[in-house]
Ligand binder design. Structure first.
Ligand SMILES: [Zn+2]
Length: 286
């Protein structure tokens, strides 16, 4: 109990010492972001990234530019509970594509017929001998394995704007990280930051912030749905999220402790066809 009160008091005094940053992110081409828990084969996209994605992108940028995982861990620890809101531009086009991806995979091959391969993940006892010469597969190799899937892409007709509240003494660090971001979302969502500046809390465009369905009054939710507004699953980091929950080298996803929720987005489907939709930004119903 005593500890809890202390933490709350610390948070309160800290909050006055926070600054809002507004960053404009411009995409070189299409933006794609897979909603949490969406299947890898049929990727339902969101036109804005999750708060967790913005934070993890900054952590990743810190690791790459400093060549230090430890610095990434430090950034993670003070960034995880910061507030993040992403606002789409006035118009977004969504298109759905069927694509084939090539993924590098470890294989084993016949030493005489290197074209005959099986996945290195298969157990040794179950690997068939080479059908051409009967040799066992002893040659280690890499090959590109194709897989197909459906993915949502978004064309933003202007910047994605990120509003991020950070501790006052981290403003410069975050500004520099934002300016170094080169992708946000899937690996082919290439972008750069056009501008970062400090803003007053009164300048925040609350009417364009995605809102959790559970926090919306029922009448507002009904109004949003009948207007054709979009709903997306988004995730955020929590106080309990640990850096090693996202560390692909020896981490464990169980420590990620993400908070996932469904949000009403400030975008309405204006026109659509079978594989595309024109989305217009609208204010959230109150
Ligand atoms: Zn062979």
């Amino acid at each position: 109990m005593g500890r809890r009160r202390k933490v709350e008091a610390a948070e309160k005094s800290f909050d006055g010492d926070r600054v809002w940053l507004k960053a404009e992110i411009e995409f070189a081409g299409a933006f794609s972001y897979r909603q949490p828990d969406a299947s890898a084969q049929f990727v339902i996209g969101s036109p804005i990234p999750s708060p967790a994605t913005v934070k993890l992108t900054l952590v990743d940028t810190a690791i790459r530019w400093n060549n230090s995982v430890e610095i990434g861990r430090q950034v993670f620890d003070w960034l995880k509970t910061c507030k993040v809101h992403c606002v789409p531009p006035a118009q977004v086009i969504r298109f759905r594509v069927f694509l084939k991806r090539l993924k590098p995979e470890e294989v084993v091959a016949c030493p005489n017929h290197p074209d005959f391969t099986v996945s290195a993940k298969s157990s040794k006892e179950k690997r068939p001998p080479c059908p051409h010469c009967g040799s066992s597969l002893t040659l280690k190799a890499k090959s590109l394995e194709g897989s197909t899937g459906i993915r949502d892409y978004f064309l933003l007709d202007d910047c994605l704007t990120i509003y991020l509240q950070v501790p006052a003494d981290k403003v410069e660090v975050v500004r520099q990280l934002l300016l170094k971001v080169r992708r946000l979302g899937t690996s082919d969502s290439l972008c750069w930051c056009r501008d970062v500046r400090e803003i007053e809390e009164s300048e925040l465009p609350h009417e364009f912030f995605a809102r959790k369905l559970e926090e919306l009054p029922e009448s507002a939710l009904r109004q949003g749905i009948t207007q054709g507004m979009l709903v997306a699953r988004l995730s955020d980091l929590t106080e309990r999220s640990e850096f090693d929950g996202f560390n692909p080298f020896g981490g464990n996803p169980r420590w990620a402790n993400l908070e996932k929720a469904s949000y009403l987005l400030p975008l309405r489907m204006e026109r659509y066809g079978e594989t595309w939709a024109l989305l217009k930004r609208v204010t959230l119903p109150r």
